[in-house]
Design a protein around this ligand. Sequence first.
Ligand code: HEM
Length: 169
Amino acid sequence: MTTTNSDAVLPAQGIEAPRSGRIDPKYLRSNPSAGSFEMVAWVFMRVSGAALVVLIFVHLWVNLMVGDGIHQIDFAFVAGKWSNPVWQFWDLTMLWLAMLHGTNGMRTIINDYAEKDSTRLWLKSILYLAATVIIILGTMVIFTFEACLVNEAGELLEYAPAFCENVTQ
Ligand code: HEM
């Protein structure tokens, strides 16, 4: 007796074809209780990644290739850059995007690899705390940075940038 194709027991029998409409609800992308957070996070990783390429490579080029390159990097160099609002904004954007991008990437990795609920909770709590502290401290440093520091006698510190000579003490 011969077996026709329609009678054959296929290994895949019992597994629903995609889009059959009989998919376990937990795998449905349109799960209304999940909201759109993961979608926004996915798009954010792509957009922030593209922005970071430009931000990081201009940052590296200006610091390492222009002028004396790495030899010019000292307190005065940073002070000179942060006296310009463009570089303040540039570094602030780089800080925020890199931190949010890196933190969201680590959140994904923790969700993927930490199996226990309590482990995930702990790891993500530490991650969010660390990210918050770094973002707040970094932002404060950029906006409260004092280039022209003086000693008790009111003299400029030796590593102050040249433009401080013109600043009235
Ligand atoms: C140079 C610019 C960068 C580009 C173009 C970029 C791009 C990306 C993209 C597209 C993803 C998503 C990958 C996926 O979902 O499969 C990703 C993930 C990630 N990124 Fe970046 N990124 C950049 C810089 C950074 C920086 C500066 C950090 C750290 C502060 C970082 C940390 C991460 C982490 C931890 C992940 C998660 C990796 C994973 O899911 O396995 N990235 N990156």
